[in-house]
Design a protein around this ligand. Structure first.
Ligand SMILES: Nc1nc2c(c(=O)[nH]1)N[C@H]1C(S)=C(S)[C@@H](COP(=O)(O)O)O[C@H]1N2
Ligand SMILES: [Mo]
Length: 233
């Protein structure tokens, strides 16, 4: 008897949870699959993060994660890692979609790299991330691929030669100055496009496409910005 009662109570409880889930699901569908929203209440308290960020590395002063100017084409994206995947596809033998944790399951590297925006400001940040070369091992890139096109949650895109990525051992960062990237800074992943101007440092990466279109032009490149984007041409 006792057992039956318990089960009954549990069912009732489950129904309430189910109802809540349904409401949540419907609102997620309504507000765009829950991968992003414009709710300002989800804004990070960046000032709070400055209390825990690393300010110096090997004797070198670092910039703060508040020293960036937020001027992304559609404002910050709020990505939910419960539904997020990073897809690597295009000219590959084995396209893959990795969860956030699966990406983080790779060897991690740290490096101080400066981001220079064409607007004239720059920041020295300690980045922690995963080598693109390591991620590429799983997909088996086809011979004809010479270009890597990065796509983002906000519709932004940019590209780099595959050779550049391999030669310079470029990485995607998940941490900056020792803290997990806040949404405003590109959570879950930002490309650390070392020696390239800020518009190559794509944030909120969702898809990495191997291509043979060496002339592909990303968002700012289409609008007249140099496709090479070298900091020191
Ligand atoms: N997805 C996405 N990534 C982006 C941008 C953007 O608008 N969307 N802006 C780029 C530019 S111009 C710069 S300078 C760097 C740093 O921008 P932030 O200061 O807004 O973080 O992010 C780059 N990555
Ligand atoms: Mo920029």
């Amino acid at each position: 008897m006792k057992k039956v009662k318990k089960v009954g109570a549990k069912c009732h409880y489950n129904n309430r949870i189910l109802n809540k889930c349904l409401v949540l699901l419907l609102s997620l569908l309504f507000f765009g699959c829950g991968t992003s929203n414009d709710d300002t209440s989800s804004q990070t308290d960046l000032q709070e993060l400055t209390k825990i960020e690393v300010t110096e590395y090997e004797g070198k002063d670092l910039s703060s994660l508040t020293d960036f100017r937020e001027n992304s084409i559609k404002g910050p994206q709020y990505i939910n890692t419960d539904v997020y995947t990073l897809t690597i596809d295009g000219l590959v033998e084995q396209p893959i979609s990795l969860t956030y944790d699966e990406v983080l399951d790779n060897q991690k590297y740290t490096k101080v790299v400066t981001l220079h925006c064409v607007e004239g400001w720059s920041v020295d940040i300690l980045w922690e991330g995963i080598l693109l070369a390591d991620l590429f091992e799983a997909v088996d890139i086809q011979e004809s691929a010479d270009t890597v096109i990065f796509h983002s949650e906000d519709g932004y895109s940019t590209a780099l030669p595959l050779q550049t990525i391999m030669d310079r051992q470029l990485m995607i960062a998940y941490k900056m100055n020792g803290v997990v990237l806040p949404p405003e800074r590109g959570f879950p992943f930002q490309l650390v496009a070392e020696d390239k101007l800020g518009y190559k440092w794509i944030k909120w990466i969702t898809r990495i496409e191997l291509s043979d279109d060496a002339n592909y032009k990303g968002y700012w490149e289409q609008r007249g910005f140099d496709n090479e984007a070298d900091v020191n041409p």
